[in-house]
Design a protein around this ligand. Structure first.
Ligand code: CA
Length: 228
């Protein structure tokens, strides 16, 4: 598990870092927004801990950037600003949890564990792109508000693609999402499932399209929104 800690208070950063490393996480540390942006562009972290008051801006401003990279990394905001407004603002921006300073390291550890356990439910339980939505809890897929009866593995595949919408998802990652389904995953199972899912999306008038990226994997995107 690789974590990114964005904190400009050196002493607090050291303490937090030490505690997290003691728990077995590997931690990269940066102290401003610019470095955090560079680090998150290079590494797909398992978890980010984000201070708000940073020398070059509000840590919250990093969240839209991180999401624009297609990262679904859980983000825990660490801040001294404790008020319902600040909390709502943080969660609205796409943070997953909020911890007010000063915090107990045991509480920090518990929050980290909880976030790492969550299978990327970072944007709430609804994943959507264009007119396609997937409720990750109930597994219901809707296209233009009409519920679609998809097979389990088609839903699993759609979920993987939606989580990285606009980005190429490698074949290996997609194949992994199909494991554990009732049918065995044979050599062309992925391509067959993609074909079926594509057909279902097209028939239902989805604005989300799946393209193949030769030799690498697949990408799901909404061409209309790319133009705009
Ligand atoms: Ca600070």
């Amino acid at each position: 598990m690789r974590l990114l800690l964005v904190e400009d208070n050196q002493r607090l950063a050291e303490l937090t870092c030490r505690e997290l490393e003691r728990l077995g996480y590997s931690v990269d540390r940066v102290a401003n927004c610019a470095d955090a942006r560079d680090a998150s562009a290079m590494v797909d972290y398992d978890l980010m801990l984000l201070d708000r008051g940073l020398p070059d801006g509000d840590g919250l401003s990093l969240i839209p950037y991180i999401r624009s990279l297609g990262r679904t990394t859980p983000i825990l905001v660490l801040t001294a600003q404790d008020g319902p407004e600040q909390r709502v603002e943080g969660l609205d921006t796409g943070a997953d949890d909020y911890l007010v300073k000063p915090f107990d390291v045991r509480e920090l550890a518990a929050r980290c564990r909880a976030l790492l356990r969550r299978p990327n439910l970072v944007h709430g339980k609804q994943l959507s792109a264009g007119n396609v939505s997937l409720d990750v809890a109930t597994r219901e897929v809707t296209i233009g508000d009409i519920s679609q009866p998809l097979r389990r593995r088609e839903v699993a595949l759609l979920e993987s693609l939606l989580r990285r919408e606009g980005n190429v998802v490698p074949r290996g990652v997609l194949e992994q999402s199909l494991y554990g389904m009732d049918e065995a995953v044979s050599g062309n199972a992925l391509d067959a499932t993609v074909s079926r899912l594509r057909r279902r999306l097209a028939e239902a008038g989805a604005t989300l399209h799946i393209r193949s990226v030769h030799g690498i994997g697949y990408i799901a995107s909404c061409p209309e929104s790319e133009v705009g």
